[in-house]
Write a protein that binds this ligand. Sequence first.
Ligand SMILES: CC(C)(COP(=O)(O)OP(=O)(O)OC[C@H]1O[C@@H](n2cnc3c(N)ncnc32)[C@H](O)[C@@H]1OP(=O)(O)O)[C@@H](O)C(=O)NCCC(=O)NCCS
Length: 179
Amino acid sequence: MAIRPYKGVYPDYNDSVFIDNSAVIVGDVHLNDDVSIWPLVAARGDVNTIRIGARSNIQDGTVLHVSRKSPRKPEGSPLIIGDDVTVGHKCMLHGCQLGNRILVGMAAIVMDDAVVEDDVIIGAGSLVPPGKTLQSGYLYVGSPVKQARPLTAEEKAFLVASAENYVVLKNEYLEEANA
Ligand SMILES: CC(C)(COP(=O)(O)OP(=O)(O)OC[C@H]1O[C@@H](n2cnc3c(N)ncnc32)[C@H](O)[C@@H]1OP(=O)(O)O)[C@@H](O)C(=O)NCCC(=O)NCCS
């Protein structure tokens, strides 16, 4: 079973959510309205929580995981993703917090306790180190990431459009699956 509980806690989502048959979703994973999970995504909410906000899309081959709670760090590192977030192909998001209207470029890595504020683009192949904060309204690229420049108005509009496009696409996939 690709969508399964861990210690009795099941993934939580409604009929508006699309999960590709090849994705693996385990445990305490909460998917809000119109989220889409594309082929070969692994989301493992075992030692902490994963939350994904409305209309966000997690593209093919992306890995989502968390870090456990400990005496040194009572809350551990959950993975929190906001609304209208596009996560490109083959990303690694681990125990970090993403706000709203963000593009995580293909194959980017975001590590524990990093915070990505609203309206940010992370370039393809970038690495966001543990605990780093990416400021709202900027493009970041590189490994480790550096602030490159402010986003243009067109890029900010694209962040919303990208999420909308993926809602349309996942609705087509849902129709096909339910036909
Ligand atoms: C970073 C990005 C947004 C382009 O930004 P841009 O300002 O238009 O960049 P340009 O193409 O004008 O390139 C500017 C410089 O950045 C470099 N650059 C471009 N993308 C880069 C990246 N991801 N990482 C590091 N450097 C990058 C270019 O090589 C160029 O370097 P140079 O000045 O030394 O020649 C884009 O390349 C990118 O990574 N987009 C992510 C797309 C994606 O993954 N979408 C998800 C799948 S749907």
